[in-house]
Design a protein around this ligand. Structure first.
Ligand code: SF4
Length: 193
């Protein structure tokens, strides 16, 4: 089942307006310089917490929490994510996802099982490779953003303001791009430490 690198049992800030638990999925194919979760990036590494343990904890939280958010790492890296979302909904929780959009096909498979998505936009799509270290990452992110826009799932586009983004008007370009979709970009502070 899902490879899990960590868990926050209670948070008020990871799903807008809801009390939630956050499951940190192990593994990411990108290497952003400002990544806070370096320990979650290795894909081959076995997770810290068994999925069965998470389900037991969630059963104990029924009626106390509104939602469960899958974060990472990059949750859509793992093909078992749709099944995990179904299991969480069956327990009566809303489902949330934090994603960079690196796997559009897998995001598409998850969307029917999601109530909210927070998608991180790293930069204008033609600048992605410089941040993620992976060629073609901007194309994948753009496809994921389009899928999200076309879906009925409530969502938010947000970006971490790192020094690269501050150059050459990139934040303004990003804001204008998102405004062109009829959406508002949420800015998050970069904390390199
Ligand atoms: S996409 Fe997210 S988890 Fe992956 S390296 Fe970038 S900031 Fe870290």
């Amino acid at each position: 089942m899902l490879n899990i690198g960590g868990l926050t049992p209670f948070t008020t800030i990871d799903y807008p307006g809801k009390l939630a638990a956050v499951i940190f999925c192990q593994g990411c194919s990108w290497r952003c310089s400002y990544c806070h979760n370096q320990h979650l990036l290795t894909t081959g590494q076995r997770g810290e917490i068994a999925w069965e343990e998470v389900l037991v904890l969630l059963e104990q939280r029924q009626g106390l929490l509104d939602a469960v958010v899958f974060s990472g790492g990059e949750p859509t890296l793992q093909p078992s994510l749709p099944d995990a979302l179904v299991a969480v909904r069956q327990l009566g929780f809303l489902t949330g996802l934090h994603t960079g959009g690196s796997f559009p096909d897998r995001l598409a498979a998850c969307l029917p099982h999601l109530d909210w998505v927070g998608m991180d936009l790293k930069a204008p799509f033609d600048c992605y490779d410089k941040i993620t270290g992976l060629t073609g990452s901007g194309t994948a992110a753009e496809q994921s953003a389009m899928l999200l826009l076309e879906s009925a799932v409530v969502h938010q586009f947000r970006t971490t303001v790192d020094p690269f983004l501050l150059q050459e008007g990139r934040i303004e370009k990003l804001k204008q791009m998102v405004a062109g979709w009829g959406e508002q970009l949420v800015l998050q502070e970069c904390r390199p430490d």
